[in-house]
Ligand binder design. Structure first.
Ligand code: URA
Length: 418
């Protein structure tokens, strides 16, 4: 078999066979297919798509590229990635404090979206490279653990994910579906809540594509005996008000200590309720009551602190060593758009994300939004605050619209697909 023939076949919109997909994944992992060849094939897939069978084989051979875990009775969650999306860090302690085991393998930022591991790394000393044994022991001891993908699990995804991030091939339904589901099947979870983000700040821009991705992932789940609930949620505006690694950890603490009530808190309650209903086999309504009580009595907050301490992090040593700029309004009116894509990109340019594979993140960098949709602003009001160590003179700070009239309320959750 020859990689060039396979690239040309995909370029010509032909369907790849199981054998060809197996060859591509195995040879890329073992190194005989080079990054530039794989990039070319990934671009052909991004442009010309894959059939459901191709996606099934892609998932299967990615899964087989590494080991599998057998985590007993855990409920897992995964988001396709958004701006300000720190839900894992809030949902995992809520769900664990309800008595459901959560073992989460998370990733780094992709494109303009942030990654849970980067956010957690802003906590000094934290260990996010748990061995399989440490990961399982922590879940046994405190009901939750979060680690970066362990070395030998879905090795193909580790390599492909990093390459996609820097080759404009992130926004592809077959690549997203196989990346997420190979990891979820490998982790051994039998119950899973997926948050497919839709909107201009998400990898998926419209509801039809989101539905297709959700249905593919639900079917891949069924074929592998995993109960999947897929939520389609709004990513036209950022989740919460803080974007950037340390700033996001601060917002996690604000939500868990009930200091803030916003779209982030609402979404976390919804995701947690579906996870708890799956985990405890109770109704969604019963689960939601339990979730809210664990937030209100600070059990979830205490679980978060327990988890950080278990993984040797020191939450008292969060630092923001950056210059601070308040950006003020020079007009008056209602805020009618906070452009999630532009906010994510701005955070990256301020140092909070990677433009290139080898870039080092500045954990202090980011944005705090001071206003919500439909808030009225006067001239001179602070719209948002930025934290950065970069020169901002050539950075576009135009991330929101102010108009004369309010807009209609936007939904946070569009659909649930099971
Ligand atoms: N999350 C993943 O794990 N993989 C993707 O491709 C996109 C989001």
């Amino acid at each position: 078999m020859n990689i060039i023939d396979i690239i040309v076949k995909k370029k010509n919109k032909e369907e790849l066979t199981e054998e060809e997909i197996k060859y591509v994944i195995n040879s890329y992992v073992e190194g005989s297919i080079k990054d530039y060849q794989m990039s070319s094939l990934l671009m052909a897939i991004t442009i010309n798509d894959m059939s459901n069978d191709e996606i099934k084989y892609m998932t299967k051979y990615m899964l087989e590229s590494g080991n599998r875990l057998d985590l007993k009775d855990v409920v897992d969650k995964h988001s396709t990635g958004g701006v300000g999306d720190k839900t894992t860090l809030i949902v995992a302690p809520i769900v664990a404090s309800c008595g459901v085991r959560v073992a989460k393998m998370s990733g780094r930022g992709l494109g303009h979206t942030g990654g849970t591991i980067d956010k957690l790394e802003s906590i000094p000393n934290i260990n996010l490279n748990l061995t399989k044994e440490e990961f399982i022991k922590e879940v046994d001891d405190i009901n939750m653990a979060i680690t970066s993908q362990t070395d030998n699990l879905v090795i193909a995804d580790k390599k492909i994910y990093a390459l996609r991030d820097v080759t404009g091939t992130v926004e592809s339904i077959p690549l997203i579906a196989s990346s997420i589901m190979s990891k979820k099947i490998a982790s051994g979870a039998k119950k899973l809540v997926l948050d497919v983000k839709v909107g201009n700040g998400a990898l998926i821009k419209n509801i039809e594509d989101a539905r297709r991705l959700a249905n593919i992932m639900v079917s891949l789940g069924k074929e592998n005996n995993i109960d999947v609930i897929c939520m389609l949620t709004n990513m036209d505006i950022p989740l919460g008000s803080n974007i950037g690694n340390t700033l996001e950890i601060e917002e996690v603490l604000d939500i868990l200590t009930n200091k803030k009530d916003n779209n982030l808190r609402h979404l976390c309650i919804e995701i947690s309720s579906y996870m708890v209903s799956l985990g405890l086999s109770i109704t969604y309504e019963e689960a939601k009551k339990l979730v809210i009580s664990k937030l209100n009595d600070l059990s979830a907050y205490n679980k978060f602190l327990e988890f950080i301490k278990y993984q040797h992090g020191d939450i008292t040593k969060l630092t923001k060593k950056a210059r601070v700029y308040n950006i003020k309004s020079n007009v008056e009116g209602y805020i009618t758009k906070i452009d999630a894509y532009k906010v994510g990109r701005l955070s990256m340019l301020l140092g909070g994300g990677r433009e290139n594979k080898e870039d080092v993140i500045d954990y202090s960098a980011g944005i705090i939004l001071n206003k919500n949709i439909n808030d009225y602003v006067n001239k001179g009001d602070i719209l948002f605050t930025i934290y950065t160590n970069k020169d901002i003179s050539n950075i576009d700070l135009n991330i929101l619209n102010i108009t004369k009239d309010k807009i209609d309320e936007q939904s946070l959750i569009y659909e649930i697909i099971k």
